[in-house]
Design a protein around this ligand. Sequence first.
Ligand SMILES: Cc1ncc(COP(=O)(O)O)c(C=O)c1O
Length: 355
Amino acid sequence: MCTDHQWINNAIRKIEADFQRSADTHLIKLDLPSIAGIDLYLKDESTHPTGSLKHRLARSLFLYAICNGWVGPDTPIIEASSGSTAISEAYFARLLGLPFIAVMPKCTARKKIEQIEFYGGKAHLVDRSDQIYAESRRLAQALNGHYMDQFTYAERATDWRGNSNIADSIFQQMQREDHPIPSWIVMSPGTGGTSATIGRFIRYQQHNTKLCVVDPENSVFFDYYQTRNSELTLQCGSKIEGIGRPRVEPSFIPNVVDEMRQIPDAASIATIHWLEKILGRKAGASTGTNLYGALQLASEMKQRGEQGSIVTLLCDSGERYLDTYYNPEWLAHNIGDLAPYADKLETFQQIGQLD
Ligand SMILES: Cc1ncc(COP(=O)(O)O)c(C=O)c1O
């Protein structure tokens, strides 16, 4: 427990000053003539200083932990992560001069581990993604440190009513568009924190927007949404880094989700390769999951003769995954044939239908 007000004040001031120096992320409108009247947007979270949407979460988790008195001048910070959150937390730990250890599955992208080390953090690797929680708790106890526990605290550390959270930012940036209130916002869950923030904000602001959450293969969230059985677990981890979990995470709030879909991993990967041709940039695989769900919704809206807008997230850049999602050998071995989905996406681009 930390009661050193001077240290707390100084730590908060440093984080707030860092926020003050930061700019918001862009909202990119995709050019898709085959769905005229339905506008599709990507909120580009890859442009945060630490390269993903997790920059927002890391800031909130540190503020929450410091204001709760859980972190002081000598507290080692431990986190369970699939990598992105750990990179962002390593950045904030360095800002505050605190040691940082990330507990991650050993399949985590090499580039992410290098970035954690770049910010002065240490990577502590375990065999499987369902082992990160217990190992983080054990390490925190052994080192007299603080286990940040994003999977529990993501939903409550973020100020969902506004205060420049991601949902607030999306609705602000949409104000001058043809369809300023999106028909759908689409997001994939890792902690579930971003989905919770968006879903709560939509309700709080009384918008007519629906939240569609898209889950990859090898994740319990989709089945949990159908059954509400919170005991569901899986042995194997998701192949889409950052999203899909082997247990029902406390930060995933099903009641604020209007619809859930499961997206095949091959569809997610085919979508980021398709997106590269439209955007000229590589994105991480979770962006593919998000966008494939958004394209399904756009296709269905077109078939019903509806117009409107759909917003989803570009969560992180594909440069982190050059040796996996952009490596044909890795893909052949781990994901399989992308061609059926590449064909579907080609058809979508021609006639605006994704079957
Ligand atoms: C690349 C990427 N995409 C999506 C997500 C999901 O975000 P959330 O944890 O808010 O559900 C994460 C979370 O770690 C991520 O790293």
